[in-house]
Design a protein around this ligand. Sequence first.
Ligand code: F42
Length: 352
Amino acid sequence: MRIGIEFVPDKPIEKLLTWTKLAEEAGFDNVWITDHYNNRNVWATLTALALNTERIAMGPGVTNPFHISPALTASAAVTINELSNGRAVIGIGAGDKVTLSGLGIKWERPVSAVVESIEYMRKLTQGSKAKLDGKVFKVKGAKLAIVKKEPVLDADGNPKMKDGKPVKKGPHIPIYAGAQGPMMLKATAKVADGILINASHPKDFEIAMEKIKEGVKEAGRDIKEIDVTAYASFSIGESREAALEGDAKIVVAFIVAGSPDVVLERHSLDMDACNNVRKLLGEGNFKDLPGAITDEMVDAFAVVGDKDQFIKRIEDLAKVGVTQFVVGSPIGPKKKGAIKQIGKEIIPHFKK
Ligand code: F42
């Protein structure tokens, strides 16, 4: 099980750098930086992290192909890969429809856009020429000038040859898709190295895994090729009560309000209570909001508690096929203390 951590660059980059260094020391495998145009820029943030860390893998979690061309994302990822000695990954999803339309950007054929952009970026990051006649991207011929290609070696360590010349290849930068909907899960399972799913309950993963397996089967791939990642809202404390102090309930309120009824029903939540949360959030009533969040809502949409509750939840997720668990906002009432606690009490359990 890989353990990742997510940071939102709504705080100065120095703060994210301090937390990332702490996460690296604590044994986290990946750091994911969210991408929203109204926050600090994701690639500028990753530059600072790449230059000041040694081991942790890093990438946007997630950017989208509508507000930035996949060619520019590929170039940024190759740059970060160079700065970090091969630690870059890319996370790409559909983006947020409301935000994009506010910017005057058309959000058409989101599934095709994500799938095509993965194929497009794969070619560019490996140093190949990309030509695409897709539903969204019509690329006549694109190639990055900066990819360092290395000779490919055979099983005996000798350079592979083709037509008398050594075969050379650029680095493999893993590309993850951010996916929730059934179409997106199935389509990206055919092409991505990993799938980031914004959920934390095994029930949601059982359903998502069905779609991922359909895609994998149609593409003739092996499920082991995909890093199935739980991008989970998370808050750890010495006890469940302690973990609930801070922003955990507010994060859950946003998830309840943004979830379709079918998802709320899947978790057998009281619809009146959920509608009350939607109403309070709509009114901006943050004073009464925490009191409207029930234990059932917390358990459906977040992982909140002490170390034993976490270890159990991560083990349950592993049983349904999750291979990376990302600790997402708010992480804990006190971020630094929470990162250290995870490093001491949870990561060693999964790295035995
Ligand atoms: N969004 C951000 O803007 N910034 C972030 O930092 C971010 C992080 C993040 C992390 C993990 C994660 O899972 C999601 C994250 N997101 C972030 C949200 C992400 O950008 C998407 O908004 C979110 O994942 C929702 O997308 P989705 O996977 O559910 O796909 C959307 C498009 C959807 O509605 N899909 C449906 C489906 O079934 O998959 C319907 C698909 C559809 O519209 N089909 C059309 C059709 O005609 O049927 C089009 C078909 C075509 O060709 O595209």
